[in-house]
Design a protein around this ligand. Sequence first.
Ligand SMILES: C[S@@+](CC[C@H](N)C(=O)[O-])C[C@H]1O[C@@H](n2cnc3c(N)ncnc32)[C@H](O)[C@@H]1O
Length: 306
Amino acid sequence: MKEINNQKGLNSMWTDSLTRNLHPDGNALVDHLRTVHYKHTGFTEECASCCRDESGRNSYEWLAELVPDNESLNVLDLACGSGPLLKILFDRNKNLNLRGIDMCPEELTLANTRLVNSGATLLQSKAQNLSAIDDNSVDIVLCHWALTLMDPIAPVLDEVKRVLTPKGRFAALVDGPMNAAPGYREVHDLIYSYVQQEIPSYGEIDLGDPRVRGSESLNNLVRKVFPELNVTIETNIVSMEGPVTQVAEIAAGFFYAAFILKPEKRKLMITSLSNLLAIYNESTDAERRGRFSMPISRLLVEPDTK
Ligand SMILES: C[S@@+](CC[C@H](N)C(=O)[O-])C[C@H]1O[C@@H](n2cnc3c(N)ncnc32)[C@H](O)[C@@H]1O
């Protein structure tokens, strides 16, 4: 990771707007996401690969399960980041025609390195405009942990609909309901309490379209765009255990909000978070173990197969 310990917090057009009590626009959101991903390229997979459900699957593997292992299909990974999902798909099924799009060049550079010789095509583009992809040409559109960041969201869903074949499917991994995983709300509230000391309205205003964060509102949003398709949302829990400070660092990595903290404040936040996540409080700091659990949801939009 680059500059994780720089002396300043992270500033972007988005944080500037919040600091001035303004509502950030779409350009400010893009600037913020690009800044975070420039400074912390690859952070999502560092976190998401470590957390596993009861069957031992991480969230990439849970999403990848929806893609058949033996068919030759056109698959698009929307906001593919550093490409971990595409790599899992390639390792499982060499007959897939894989494409990934993302708006952050640094993430795509990492993805290109890991996907060399896979035949995957990677494009720098915003999800709101997939003009490089033909109508009715994709069998499965996947999106791992990125739909929540997209605003406006309606053009993204319209583009997904346009590129899907008539039998095509759209599946996305998004945040699950906060109370579904034990202790998750407390982790969220702790991190946001530190962030709000720096920017009070962070949280009241957050990244992306808030409708994507609730299962019911997401369901309604998606049904409007795909009225003729089945929409299901399943919830799961992924967890990790390990030395408590390491668990706290990884847990904090799931929260974009944590990246805006200055190093000193971040250190204090990690100490509080370690205390919250510790499994046995009586051990010394060096031996303390911690556990973090997180709710995830898998949205699936598909034609009626009955
Ligand atoms: C949390 S990361 C997830 C990356 C990858 N899918 C993964 O799970 O490892 C979010 C990604 O979404 C991308 N992103 C966010 N909004 C986007 C948009 N409107 N168009 C294209 N990419 C976007 C970011 O550049 C970033 O790589």
